[in-house]
Design a protein around this ligand. Sequence first.
Ligand code: ATP
Ligand code: MG
Length: 682
Amino acid sequence: MAENGHAAAVLVDLNPEQRAAASHGDGPLLIVAGAGTGKTNTLAHRVAYLIATGTDPGRILLLTFTRRAAGEMLRRVDGLLRAGELDPARRGATVWGGTFHSVGARLLRLHAHDIGLPPDFTVLDRADSEDLMHLVRTDLDLGSKGRRFPQKGTCLDIYSRCVNAQRSLEDVLAEAFPWCRDDAADLKRLFSAYVDRKESHHVLDYDDLLLFWHALLADERAGARVRERFDAVLVDEYQDTNALQADIVALLSPDGRGVTAVGDDAQAIYGFRAATVRNILDFPARFPDATVLTLERNYRSTQPVLDATNAIIAAAAERYDKALWTERAGGARPALVTCRDEVEQTGYVIERVLGHREEGIPLKRQAVLFRASHHSMALELELKRRNIPFWKYGGLKFIEMAHVKDLTAYLRLAQNPSDAVAGMRALQLIPGVGPRIAAALMEELAENSGDFDRWVRWNPPEIAARIWPDFVALMRNLANAPVADVSAQLHAARVFAAPLIEQRYDNASARLRDLEQIESLGSRFPDRAHFLADLALDAPSWTGDLAGPPTLDEDYLILSTMHSAKGLEWDAVYVIHAADGNVPSDLACGSAEEIEEERRLFYVACSRAKDHLYVCHPLRYYAAGRGFSDSYGYAQRTRFVPDTLLPLFAETQARPEPEAAEEPLAAITTADVRARVKAMWE
Ligand code: ATP
Ligand code: MG
């Protein structure tokens, strides 16, 4: 096929607007368009087009919101190039794809020397960063003496917001954390010490990955070297990037050559993490010769679903009007389902899911969406009871679970003996070793340049006497192991940790199986540093996309938080707990802006539906947690479906004729749910 033949073949499925976007020249390009108009699809085609017209795949950078999204897009690119019969050697395998944070980590590892970073740096995930913040806070004696001081998580939120929004502490406190305003001076002390501590521990937190990447690019000579790597930079979900990320894109290509950004201001849902829709609005000002394209044809949803979602977002206070249309006429209006309580909602959803499956929609193409991860707990229990397989996105992350963190702590410590958070964790897993002893041992390690053999001299308490030499031997072996053999290292750590994990936790056999999975995951990584960075950055979901679940061939229902559903689509979507207080969340009703963000979130959830949309809301909530299972409160339907929108929905009762009997219907009790919630914090 002639060169332009490949390119034409790649674009053949696109409509004229999409084609113009995908084959746009070198100038800065912004695509602003509504949900389901093919933004992501067009971006994938653009990558394929660039490769088909001669761009080296290794010089293309594709930035997405999740690891999963990058993987899926690159698979699509490969399929397109195959279809275009492009020489396999030039297909997309080596495109730089991933999240901002993971790409930042890779680049910093490559350019560590240029910017004076220790090359053995490890990455702290969110929980590790909180732990470090806590260590520093305790050392500075903040929060003791009965004084109320913000929690470690709040401290990290404040710090992170200042860094990501590039705003002063005073501004951030006034705007988002007014109750902490009196603590400004102490917070400054804390943050400054936190920065020092990260440096001495050779660790970077999430924010550092962006900050140092930014700094690297801002440096004249080092920046030029990084810029030289890429001919094209493409960003999906640009509405959810923050100020620092937008600056990074601009530093990668100051005049915008090769930059493509796609997004939808109506789907901006990460303001609480300092993302700003200004990035979209300011794109043309930042890159004066930018082309702005829009896409208006929606390919995802039927007309009745689109009518409802258009109406939901039309009520937004501020937005770019987008007239979306679809050729998918016909289909039913979305259902607005009133349920007596959560039990009835659960029953209704399961019944509809199974009904649609009977009609030929596999479980995988159906999803239940909710505002907060714990909103699905009753549903999960009932699905388990009925043996209906499901998969949950956006829940507790696999890697955040205590036993998984225990296992990886050994490798982290071997990788970077200055990483005190990992060290404290690994040491305290040993019986008889508490925080004081662990801190002293870490200090000794630091004084001896990370030589684990120094620990042989320590005289452990009786209870640890047998295991201590094994531990030191493990650490010595890990430190000296060939870095490439990640599985073998995980194996050694797992064999050592298994009895400790059995002693420490309930449900040990399931936990040990998790660790086996992690071990098998190790073989996919070229070396230990990549493995650790990847786990810290793109944590796979708990029940989700780890090594590929054992039941992958089987069918399973999708459960997801609304945030994690971004960019995805299903034939049937069930939005549950659509009651005020949940949507919008009580926790995010502080300001008009927060409520607008909740509205967009609800829009994101509803606009995932292709054919069937159900919006369910229970009328009564039992006051779980207050000790009385028979006390309850009434809930209102979400304010985002006001009466004026009712004609767009088919209103139904989950159960038209409520039974008189007050017998509990559920096979589960609130105690089950509470036990489950408690288990999450183990
Ligand atoms: P979101 O805003 O939710 O991220 P999006 O704008 O990125 O949505 P895509 O996910 O790319 O939209 O596309 C939505 C659906 O439309 C997908 O199923 C995609 O395959 C389909 N689609 C997009 N463009 C076309 C086209 N030209 N022809 C047929 N189907 C298309
Ligand atoms: Mg998309």
